[in-house]
Design a protein around this ligand. Sequence first.
Ligand code: ASP
Length: 333
Amino acid sequence: MKRRSFLKNASLTGVGLGLGNSLTSCLENSSSESIDDTTSGASLPLVIATWDVQDATEEAWKILQNGGTALDAVEQGCRKEEANEEGQSVGKGGLPDQDGNVTLDACIMNQNGDCGSVVFLQNITHAVSVARKVMEDTPHVMLAGSGAEKFALEKGFKKENLLTENSKKSWESWKIKSEYSPIINIENHDTIGMLAIDKAGNLSGACTTSGLAYKLNGRVGDSPIIGSGLFVDNEIGAAVATGLGEEVVKTVGSFLVVELMRQGKSPQEACEIAIKRIVNKPNSNYKNFQVGYIAVNKKGHTGSFSIHQLFSMTKFQNGVSETIQSKYFSKDG
Ligand code: ASP
């Protein structure tokens, strides 16, 4: 399932993603037992990513296979998608906010617990690399808006118009009704989150997005927020999120997944518990939005789980790429 097809079935209610009507019964998909991939998990290196992103994981795999670092692998993997103008969720070609501005959020975290992030970055395709520069060349963790753009330009990044003709057309058709609530069958956004373990056994992760389509100007989601959109602990494992960022932020989702693994949960169990934390909140509106997590532990075991169907994870390991359909919570699909 390609990311775009998943989102064809989505609606936006307020800031919530709603489901379309292709619902199937899936009680069996909500498992409380471990379904961790322990058989193939021990072989390193490996890379996993949110959604069906074969080209991006292949890029990361090449680096890992040649003995490169997990940090380089996740950066280069994310860059592949950022440069892909056909993908309307990340980097160049990302769908804009309500006012037609493409604004990017990204972060990166290495095996030492160092991290960098950019929020509301405009005119620069490779937000993930700017985030890495923030981590490596400044004493800070996060740069925002015009400051982030100025920093990127000073570091030699190219200024580009990120609003492609296709995305402009999509925005113009959206503008005809300009409905933020509800919007049926919009092509909404889906973050690329990538986690890798290199041959040395070190973990790193990265995350890049243009955020929710047609969001309010200035809105920032979970993706650039360390602990929410991404968290890496080299002793334990790493996790990354996609979906409605507001809900991930409210539960500090990726940090939660890693802490659950620290307590002995498998990556699969940890993702499931973190999703249930969102679903079981008082007055949770989970039927109307999607969140998905992927995770890997230090041993290379992996897991993924989402609220609704059609979330997937791409895994590159042993020279082979596979896209794994995620288990999900909702019995309505
Ligand atoms: N998590 C992203 C955000 O809320 C969007 C997505 O993953 O689709 O900005």
